[in-house]
Design a protein around this ligand. Structure first.
Ligand code: FE2
Length: 413
């Protein structure tokens, strides 16, 4: 079980509608190391826990809807001076009584162990497997469309790779218009935008976007001018370029980590400098202002937005003197150049050719994509769409639940 899986296990316990006591039936070996007479989990004593936290997470039928598991009472309905008046041992946990109102809760040791395990949101660098091109000497791992659809277990394995490595590559998806939407439906829901449910990437006579030309496109994330940004992107090759048009994927979290190790001041600057990205055509005008490297409250990398094509001129922050603004811009441009230079290291980009039927799916908050230029011959044609990564995370969680049930049934049988 990798980091992401163990975190998911904790999350699913949070969402489970089962009473707390029932969770103890799935207690792992770890719980056996805690004596039944002990009032502690590891180094933590139940009495040391915040009574307001214990009360807010009470799983009784007065506090939680037994069907949905959703909380029925708000924090303001609980006594502000809540305390623990008694803690009584049970076979697999504790009975708690709260003061001043005498409310009672049943807490299992297994449930408490899960809740005391540090957890992230699954989207930060801690939950990811970093990579560079050398990690894939034979090119990107691929799975045929038929195999991908053949079993839940295969789909689960592929989607777990999508979440941990940030991409997956399906082969032999019938190269027919709209096929990309069929792929999106296997992992979540399409995110419709002003480009439609899907968009065509091919050479246009009057392109509104450089993607629709033969020009090379450097590593970038898509649509940084949206907030929220599309979190997954799918690209399905219908016709490949006769010459050139090679694709590239780059782990932006890995690149940001390199920057943090080699130039911490530049990394820090990119995490706190708001950058405006914009897009406009006849029917749309979009702007979003976010840092290039987004971090969570613990400073862990959580999002990369990088697209030189749609970056707007920096403006001074409100209240800044021109001299201060100029100094901030100098600092930002030094950091931006350092990150851009890191992104161009050849060893970071995984290069491959998209053949008709190939469909690459990647995390647009982490993996940057690029392509080389191509010649006038051939009619390179891709179809793309966006989807939401939380939909893919949900699909993984549900498939994993089913997988665990099947495994348990096999053992029982
Ligand atoms: Fe793109």
């Amino acid at each position: 079980m990798d980091d992401l899986d163990s975190q998911r296990a904790g999350d699913s316990q949070l969402a489970d509608a089962e009473p707390v006591g029932a969770a103890s039936q799935s207690a792992g070996a770890a719980s056996q190391s805690v004596g039944a007479a002990s009032q502690s989990v590891g180094a933590v004593s139940v009495r040391d826990l915040d009574p307001a936290w214990l009360r807010d997470n009470c799983q009784c039928a007065d506090c939680r809807d037994p069907v949905s598991g959703q909380r029925l009472i708000s924090i303001t309905e609980q006594p502000a001076d809540v305390g623990l008046s008694s803690v009584t041992d049970t076979a697999d946990g504790w009975n708690l009584r709260f003061e001043p109102d005498g409310h009672q809760a049943v807490v299992s040791r297994a449930w408490l162990e899960i809740q005391l395990t540090p957890a992230g949101d699954g989207r930060t660098e801690d939950a990811k497997r970093m990579w560079s091109a050398a990690d894939f000497p034979a090119g990107p791992p691929t799975v045929s469309w038929t195999e991908y659809l053949s079993s839940d277990a295969t789909r689960l394995r592929c989607l777990r790779q999508l979440l941990s490595a940030g991409f997956m590559l399906l082969r032999e998806v019938p190269p027919e218009p709209g096929g990309v939407l069929t792929v999106a439906a296997t992992l979540g829901y399409v995110r419709e935008t002003n480009y439609g449910r899907l968009f065509d990437v091919r050479v246009e006579a009057t392109p509104a976007n450089l993607a629709f030309t033969r020009l090379p496109i450097g590593p970038h994330t898509d649509n940084p001018y949206r907030d929220p940004v599309p979190t997954l992107q799918l690209l399905h090759c219908l016709v490949s370029a006769a010459d050139g048009g090679e694709s590239g994927l780059l782990d932006g979290f890995h690149a940001a980590r390199i920057l943090r190790a080699e130039d911490p001041a530049a990394f820090d600057c990119l995490t706190r400098t708001p950058v405006t990205f914009g897009y406009r055509d006849q029917a749309a005008e979009l702007r979003a202002t976010r840092p290039m490297i987004g971090v969570d409250t613990a400073g862990r990398i959580r999002e990369v937005r990088y697209n030189s094509r749609s970056m707007q001129p920096m403006r001074p922050a409100a209240g800044n003197t021109p001299a201060h603004a100029a100094s901030q811009m100098r600092e930002f441009y030094r950091a931006y150049r350092a990150f851009a230079t890191t992104l161009l290291r050849p060893d970071l980009t995984l290069r491959f050719s998209l053949e008709p039927g190939d469909c690459v799916v990647f995390d647009n908050t982490r993996v940057l994509h690029s392509r080389t230029g191509f010649t006038a011959t051939g009619h390179r044609h891709l179809q793309g769409c966006y989807a939401d990564i939380d939909g893919a995370e949900s699909t993984v969680a549900v498939l994993a639940r089913r997988d665990a049930r099947t495994a348990a049934a096999n053992i029982d049988g």
